[in-house]
Ligand binder design. Structure first.
Ligand code: GLC
Length: 718
């Protein structure tokens, strides 16, 4: 626990009850127009008023027009960029490039802080394995190690070397906890997770984020095992603050305290607020304390309230607010620099995932007649969920493509809209295809279908886009598909018709340029899937790191009208029928986690270990040689998955424990090495302890989950 400074202790000793409660609330964004008066009345935090000048005015009111002159803390959802909009976080995860994610966060922090933002409600580190949930776009996907690695990188990018820096903003790990596992994939819905699942999946990225120095943690809207997180003492205080020693600020989500009433655990707002602060909430986002002040003071232990005030004032002190509350308005960054645009374009390229490339139609050859069709041919909706309304807009792919191939005859026929149930435009697209040498289908889901309160029950391409794909396929003209999306989609109805498919996510301000770079081969799509792509919505949740079952299937199901005498099966002759699968679905997902390739090709040597047997708390070095077997430089993403062969719990079939993206020149070989020890081999018990059990572990090493080589390491009994 960071000791509270003399300045903060002194302030707390001077503060009235009203002044203390004022520090425990942030003025939620819709009330910005009366924020100045609320600050005069003592509210300690506010959403960004969208300019350095307006922020300085808020600070002037706080410093000059309140009794103690405590500066105000200015927060905002800087989720994937401020002025330069980067690819959505799920796309950033697809880069498998934490250094790049850190650079993007540092850029966002510099742009945001220059305008007066000091606190971002990012990174979102919720693990989600249900693409029906629209908020998968805001996180880093289904995997614990990938999410934890990206969380650490993003926090480091936001914080830099010091929160006092004019290029730093305080990071918030959100939404604590298990928000990504809502029943039915419906946002804000019930979560019921076992201690084992909490410890080894949902809590782990937050543990890593706290260890990485996250300045704050945001409580989530959901319940866990029947207790809403905004009033969950066991997790907010016992685990987060006491077990992990988190000394930052726990901020509520928007109206999360008020939501305790419809949750059915609070009689009124006073009851809700008292339960929340008693449970460990420090700052309420909405409107509670000022309306329920007397009740809070009557019910909540004063040391708890003083602790919350100390946390908030300490964060303000760490940000340097007491010494310099104002920003230099002349230095405000209001538009992307060329360097910022280059960085975000590079990120959009590196996040693109080449799902398939039969007949090597990609990169495009020098075709003379090219048709661009689909709603994303002309749309500029590339920014994705949680992009800033004041962020730099994106251009269209049609404009970008025409400028890059002035020599070609480029036709543009959208054919269908994103959502309209109208296929009347398909005929024109088909006619244009027949006069083309190649067709580029640019399809996907618009940003508005992604993000908060955007759960979908049908994950196919919306509107009549699938009909457009099928109609183009029927022409026999070669075609490639680019999908822009904030989540995995169901593509099983048409994917076998399409020889080459790229997933470009929502790539941000430079999305159009990046997509054309990849289509023309000026850049290599070398991302990997951060989430499994299901074959069917009925298959969800489907994710690679699932626990082993007693009846694993080796084949998919078959529909039949004949019934089998169940007497035919018993312990000695369990039929394939009696295994975990669907009768009406092939086995496994459409595309697995980690899937993807690029324009270059690679081969791996046999994985080597520095030792085959180790004692507990020892580690081994795992090395593998990566050879570029193509004629162009490219990136490979070497992934290491652990299989715990026998354990005291049903272990995951595989678990990603390490990865490295490596650039290899054509024909060259690079060696990649990893340390494999307790963190990689162990799992956490209900009390949070990491345990490594003796026995054999298979390490599966490769370019993707379905292309690995195994090597065994044994942990000896003590
Ligand atoms: C929203 C989101 C949260 C965001 C907050 C403030 O409801 O759940 O992620 O930080 O409100 O905008």
């Amino acid at each position: 626990m960071t000791p509270v400074s003399a300045r903060v202790r002194g302030l707390i000793a001077e503060m009235t009850d009203a002044e203390k409660l004022g520090q425990l609330q942030i003025v939620f964004r819709p009330r910005l127009e009366d924020a100045a008066q609320l600050i005069r009345d003592g509210i300690g935090s506010v959403f960004w008023p969208r300019s350095a000048a307006a922020t300085n005015e808020f600070q002037r009111v706080a410093v000059e027009e309140t009794r103690l002159g405590i500066p105000v803390l200015v927060g905002l959802d800087v989720v994937h960029g401020q002025r330069t909009i980067a690819p959505v976080p799920l796309a950033q995860a697809a880069t498998f490039d934490p250094a790049l994610v850190e650079e993007l966060a540092a850029l966002a922090a510099a742009e945001a802080r220059s305008g007066g933002v000091k606190w971002t409600f990012s990174p979102m580190v919720d693990i989600s394995r249900d693409p029906r949930w629209g908020r998968v776009v805001e996180g880093f996907g289904e995997d614990v190690h990938l999410t934890s690695t990206m969380a650490r990188a993003m926090i480091s990018g936001y914080h830099g070397s010091s929160l006092r820096s004019p290029r730093a903003i305080a990071a918030t790990a959100k939404h604590f906890v298990a928000y990504g596992q809502p029943e039915g994939g419906r946002d804000y819905n019930t979560v019921d997770a076992s201690e084992h699942r909490l410890r080894n999946v949902h809590l782990e990225p937050f543990r890593v984020a706290v260890a990485a120095g996250a300045a704050s943690v945001m409580a989530s809207f959901n319940t866990v095992a029947g207790r809403p997180m905004h009033a969950n003492h066991g997790l907010l205080t016992a685990v987060l603050k006491h077990e992990w020693g988190f000394d930052g600020v726990v901020v509520g989500d928007a109206e999360g305290v008020r939501n305790l009433i419809p949750h059915g655990i609070a009689e009124d707002l006073a009851d809700a607020a008292a339960q929340a602060y008693e449970a460990g909430l420090d700052v309420e986002m909405g409107g509670a304390p000022s309306e329920v002040r007397e009740a809070l003071l009557a019910r909540v232990d004063r040391t708890r309230l003083d602790d919350a005030v100390a946390r908030v004032l300490t964060l303000k002190e760490r940000l340097g607010l007491f010494d310099q509350p104002y920003v230099d308005e002349a230095a405000e960054i209001t538009a992307p620099t060329d360097e910022a645009l280059r960085l975000t374009r590079r990120a959009a390229v590196r996040s693109a995932v080449l799902l398939k490339n039969d007949d090597a139609l990609l990169p495009l050859a020098d075709h003379r007649r090219i048709l661009l069709t689909g709603p994303y041919a002309t749309s500029t909706d590339h920014l994705g969920a949680w992009s800033q309304p004041f962020g730099a807009p994106a251009g269209s792919i049609a404009d970008e493509f025409a400028s890059r191939r002035p020599d070609a005859e480029v036709s543009v026929v959208a054919g269908v809209d994103f959502l309209e149930d109208d296929d009347t435009g398909i005929a024109a697209a088909v006619e244009a295809a027949r006069d083309s040498d190649i067709v580029v289908l640019l399809v996907g889901e618009p940003s508005a279908l992604s993000g908060e309160a955007a759960s979908r029950s049908d994950l196919r391409l919306p509107g009549r886009q699938e009909d457009l794909v099928r109609a183009i396929a029927r022409t026999g003209v070669p075609f490639v598909v680019v999908i822009e999306t904030g989540r995995p989609l169901i593509v099983s109805d048409w994917i076998d018709l399409a020889p080459s498919v790229i997933v470009a996510w929502h790539g941000g301000t430079e999305a159009a340029g990046a997509i054309v770079d990849v289509l023309l081969g000026d850049a290599d799509p070398s991302g990997r899937l951060p989430m499994t792509w299901p074959r069917s919505v009925g298959q969800i949740p489907v994710y690679y790191a699932h626990e082993r079952t007693g009846r694993p299937a080796t084949t998919g199901g078959t529909l039949t009208t004949t019934t089998e005498d169940i007497g035919l099966h018993g312990p000695d002759n369990v039929q394939e029928k009696y295994t975990s699968k669907y009768l009406d679905l092939e086995l496994g997902p459409q595309f697995p986690f980690g899937h993807g390739s690029g324009y270059a090709t690679f081969s791996h040597g046999s994985p080597r270990l520095s030792a085959r047997r180790i004692a507990r708390d020892e580690s081994v070095t795992l090395s593998v040689d990566v050879t570029n077997t193509s004629t162009r430089t490219g990136d490979d993403v070497v992934q290491v998955y652990v299989e715990d062969v026998v354990a005291s719990i049903a272990p995951p079939v595989r678990r990603l424990v390490a990865f490295e993206r490596v650039t290899v020149e054509a024909g060259a070989t690079e060696r990649v090495s990893f340390r494999i020890g307790d963190e990689q081999l162990g799992f956490r018990l209900a009390d949070g302890r990491l345990v490594v059990e003796p026995g054999t572990f298979m390490l599966h090493v490769g370019s993707s989950l379905d292309r690995t080589q195994p090597v065994a390491v044994t942990v000896e009994r003590a």
